[in-house]
Design a protein around this ligand. Structure first.
Ligand code: ADP
Ligand code: ADP
Length: 239
């Protein structure tokens, strides 16, 4: 069974641009998938469709056998809780501590009122510490997010995603603003998390070279269509 399944998915933006054209993709639990393609290929459109950050125009996307396309209310919230998200720009609350940022991965588990006042149970803090240990940032718990380097901030956002206890992590160009050395650390963290925890990870990258270095499976997109889908060794420059 697939954990992520695209069935004839198309996305047309209001201005008429076709972001995705009839995508059919199946991703299995525990896979580490890298989506590559030039700027404008549709990578971000595809990733954002998975957790329904935006609506698709036709087709269906199923998460662990349930249609997120059709889900409403509580059902939608429960599906989304299984999906962690990492962005190019980290999206941290800059003036908050690392711990606060990582704890925010738990908001979907509690009432808005509680989390607004920062009332997270002990167990959540335990999860946050464990996640920070996994990305080797345990000593930074009380540091303000904006006092960290770019690489460290991205690892905080990985820890935040982990604290959510997701089945899937989506990473949209997570290393696009990082230098090569830091890029490697962040990618290694993602790979390690995939191996150790079995979390399905989908990463968007614009660099085919980088993708080749890491991907067990590469999906190449061009003009919203899949032009390559296979193991890393077979990926060619076509993508
Ligand atoms: P990538 O992530 O591979 O760079 P995108 O998914 O961002 O590609 O974009 C795919 C196509 O959709 C591009 O032609 C882009 O210009 C267009 N597009 C992306 N977002 C929007 C939007 N909000 N409104 C209209 N067109 C968009
Ligand atoms: P920068 O982002 O300034 O290049 P990093 O935040 O990547 O620096 O690394 C800061 C320190 O954390 C370094 O001393 C690095 O060796 C250490 N570190 C230990 N384990 C890891 C890891 N798994 N990922 C990244 N950095 C790590």
């Amino acid at each position: 069974a697939s954990i992520i399944s695209f069935q004839n998915v198309s996305k047309i933006y209001p201005n008429g641009v076709q972001g995705l054209k009839d995508l059919n993709i199946d991703i299995k639990q525990g896979e580490f998938v890298i989506v590559v393609g030039l700027s404008g290929a549709g990578k971000s459109t595809m990733l954002r469709a998975i957790n329904r950050l935006h609506e698709i125009t036709s087709g269906d996307i199923q998460i662990d056998g349930k249609s997120i396309t059709k889900a409403k209310g509580k059902e939608l919230r429960l599906i989304r809780r299984d999906i962690g998200m990492i962005f190019q720009s980290f999206n941290l609350v800059k003036r908050s501590t690392v711990l606060r940022n990582v704890l925010s991965g738990r908001v979907a588990y509690h009432s808005t009122l509680k989390t607004m006042f920062g009332l997270f149970p002990k167990e959540d803090k335990q999860l946050a510490y464990e996640a920070l240990q996994r990305v080797n940032l345990a000593e930074k718990v009380y540091t303000r997010a904006d006092e960290l380097s770019g690489g460290q901030q991205q690892r905080v956002s990985i820890a935040r995603a982990l604290t959510q206890e997701p089945k899937i992590i989506l990473a949209d160009e997570p290393v696009a603003s990082l230098d090569p050395v830091t890029t490697e650390k962040v990618m290694d963290d993602l790979l390690r998390i995939n191996h150790e925890l079995g979390i399905t990870i989908v990463v968007n990258l614009h660099s085919v070279d980088l993708a080749r270095q890491y991907g067990t499976r590469i999906i190449g997109l061009r003009d919203g269509e899949v032009v390559f889908d296979g193991p890393v060794a077979k990926a060619t420059d076509e993508t």
